[in-house]
Ligand binder design. Structure first.
Ligand code: NIG
Ligand code: FE
Length: 391
């Protein structure tokens, strides 16, 4: 198999402290990376690089692992511009807006939905995202949820069943009946396409008991839990996520000390989604508090037409640094290795021998510029599975 060296890297983020300086980012100055097939086979200082078949000189730019966006909702139709406009005039965000997107999504054809996913994925890829998770949750019937997951699975392996996004409008008077549908026939139809099961555990969506029923039913079908938890207020979501060993508790905007402690003592990642606070004008999640307690933090987009219509991880990194108490190093780690941890993956989110060759060349001398130069398109090249897919 041919080997390719990426050379003349000013600063390389490996996310492997054993390879670079001993910081969590495992930084190497004046570095090179060698790729064979879809894998990284060597990482180190340029002067020590082995001979290869090809070489690509990146001209003194920084290289980071591809972003791992572990939380998005891309299978939808329509948009909610009016709702955003109303919010920016002072109206509060409400989970009720989800039903607007449910109606539009049900009315769309498979081709329209798939084209939408492809469009937002291409957008994300140009901004450095090489792995993304996406969910159902805008169908809320057996057929529409299964269809959403079938479409999602054409685009990614990280597919999540979120039939329990809100109680379907068709069951407005019978929420218990809807939970029975989600944990019965809907789960049966959806489980073959999904790796994960998720629930929106929040006032106005599902309470702790309902959420536990959904997640344990999913687990019995081989799906692994993740939870939309503590986004709009305090509640049982985070504790439930930890109790069920969910890979991730997502949002974590309103946490008690006991919630923070539970996360810190667990393998459950706290996935922060600052696009949602930005787009709903809500108070920021406190990343500093979670990091200081010892919790693992991931940063993702939550890309969806209601609460966070951005596919840009660099934008989320800049918000996290400016407003959530993260350092540029911590935010970069959370958007790469943190996302991988939230998907329980060790083949992505780092640039080290054996890892997938997913990496981003930045038009900048260091990863710090992602937060230092917010809003500037700094992604110069993207390599995914050893191939240059954005040049
Ligand atoms: O993660 N919180 C629940 N779900 C989405 C919002 C979905 C919507 O408003 O359409 C979220 O923010
Ligand atoms: Fe979400």
């Amino acid at each position: 198999m041919t080997t390719t060296a990426i050379t003349h890297i000013s600063a390389l983020v490996t996310n492997d402290p054993s390879l670079g300086d001993s910081s969590p980012l495992g930084l190497i100055q004046d570095a090179a990376v060698v790729i064979e097939g879809d894998r990284v086979v060597w990482t180190g200082e340029s002067s020590k690089a082995p001979a290869t078949d090809n070489a690509v000189d990146v001209g003194g730019r920084a290289v980071i692992p591809g972003f791992v966006d572990s939380h998005s909702h891309l299978v939808f139709a329509g948009d909610r511009t009016q709702e955003f406009n109303a919010r920016m005039s002072g109206r509060a965000y409400s989970a009720g807006g989800i039903s607007t997107t449910v109606a539009a999504t049900r009315a769309a054809t498979d081709e329209e939905l798939s084209a939408n996913v492809a469009r937002y994925l291409a957008e994300a890829l140009r901004q450095g995202t090489t792995t993304f998770e996406t969910k159902s949750g805008y169908g809320l019937t057996v057929e529409d949820e299964a269809r959403a997951l079938r479409i999602a699975a054409r685009h990614t392996d990280e597919v999540t069943f979120l039939g329990a996004h809100i109680v379907s409008p068709d069951y407005a008077d019978d929420p218990a009946g809807y939970v029975d549908l989600v944990t019965g026939p809907m789960l049966d139809a959806c489980a073959p396409y999904a790796r994960w099961i998720d629930v929106f555990c929040e006032k106005g969506a599902f309470d702790g008991d309902q959420a536990r029923a959904v997640l344990t039913a999913g687990r019995a079908k081989g799906l692994h839990p993740r939870v939309h938890a503590n986004q709009l207020g305090h509640g049982p979501g985070v504790q439930l996520a930890v109790e069920l060993d969910a890979a991730s508790a997502d949002h974590c905007t309103h946490l008690t000390d006991a919630d923070v402690d539970a996360l810190a003592q667990s393998e459950t990642v706290a996935t922060l989604l600052p696009g949602a606070e930005f787009s709903t004008r809500a108070a920021w999640p406190d990343a500093r508090r979670l990091l200081d307690a010892g919790a693992t933090v991931a940063l993702s987009t939550d890309c969806n037409p209601g609460s966070s219509f951005t596919s840009s991880v660099p934008f989320c990194v800049a918000l996290a640094v400016r407003d959530m108490g993260m350092t540029p190093d911590e935010a970069l780690w959370s958007a790469t290795a943190g996302g991988a941890a939230a998907l329980r993956r060790d083949d992505i989110g780092r640039i080290a021998p054996g890892a997938r060759a997913d990496l981003v060349v930045l038009d900048a001398p260091s990863h710090v510029h992602l937060a230092y130069r917010p809003g500037v398109p700094l992604v110069h090249e993207v390599w995914r599975r050893g191939e240059r897919v954005v040049a």
